[in-house]
Design a binder for this molecule. Structure first.
Ligand code: ADP
Ligand code: MG
Length: 256
């Protein structure tokens, strides 16, 4: 290829913020020659690859910013292990229409049934679809809001949790909160209400949230906003973490 032209293409690509084209220029030209591509097909190839590269970069960056504990997806989830869980309901959630509608999703159930796994899988799908995501446990969020409050920085820290399109609040109910802590959670939930989605997980039924938040009135106010637009999935099953131990126990029982 004419050196002058390739140099100019690289410079123009850089000006336009096209990062993939300069790297792939020689490869693109080779592919076009080998396939005797038409002009339109060639342009289509270049633009399509640039767009795919940009989407992938945006996805990686969203994943990094999300602070998700891992990046498991629904493909990694063995639905046969939870026969009472309807895969269609979970896959419907993964279409993310609740995120588009700024609604919420709640995953309830005992430890080890895959609540965090599914919450993360939905969050990964949201990153892929171009939404911003932030993951936190309830305890971590409360601790950060509290310490921000004591130094007069509550508004700024609240923004960390209100800004993303999707906030994942994991492990509601593991530690009970006092009233001041519950109040901070209420402020956050009110600010996000109908503005952005929350995906939450809890080992407590909503009826037990009064104990979690140390105050029935506050818990009701929080639930009122959370549940107004909320898909609720309850997983009643056994712990995937304990599956090998359970299988061993059952085998022992059979032997005995
Ligand atoms: P929970 O949040 O309900 O306590 P997790 O989602 O953390 O449970 O699941 C515990 C571990 O087991 C994780 O490593 C998760 O990926 C895995 N896991 C849970 N359920 C399944 C499943 N049905 N198929 C595959 N892995 C699962
Ligand atoms: Mg969990």
């Amino acid at each position: 290829m004419n050196e002058l032209v390739t140099t100019r293409i690289r410079a123009t690509a850089q000006r336009l913020g096209l990062t993939h084209l300069p790297e792939q220029l020689d490869a693109f030209a080779r592919r076009a020659e080998e396939a005797s591509m038409g002009y339109l097909d060639f342009l289509d190839l270049v633009l399509d690859e640039e767009a795919a590269h940009r989407d992938e970069r945006r996805f990686r960056s969203a994943l990094r910013l999300s602070k998700l504990p891992h990046h498991k997806t629904l493909d990694d989830f063995d639905f046969s292990f939870q026969p009472e869980l309807d895969p269609r309901r979970v896959k419907d959630l993964a279409s993310l229409s609740f995120v588009e509608d700024k609604g919420n999703a709640a995953l309830l159930g005992p430890p080890g049934v895959g609540k965090t796994h599914i919450a993360v899988a939905l969050a990964v799908a949201a990153c892929r679809a171009g939404f911003s995501v932030y993951f936190t446990t309830l305890d971590d969020m409360v601790r950060k809001l509290k310490s921000a409050d004591t130094i007069g920085r509550l508004a700024g820290t609240l923004r960390t949790y209100t800004r993303p399109n999707v906030l994942v609040v994991d492990e509601i109910g593991y530690q009970p909160l006092d009233r001041a802590e519950a109040n901070l959670v209420f402020q956050l939930i009110s600010k996000r209400y109908e503005k952005g989605s929350i995906i939450l997980t809890s080992n407590k039924s909503f009826g037990e949230w009064g104990q979690v938040f140390g105050d029935e009135v506050l818990a009701t106010a929080i639930l009122d906003r959370l549940l107004h637009h909320c898909e609720v999935i309850t997983i009643n099953g056994s712990s995937y973490r304990l599956r090998n131990r359970l299988a061993a126990l059952q085998e022992n029982e059979q032997v005995a």
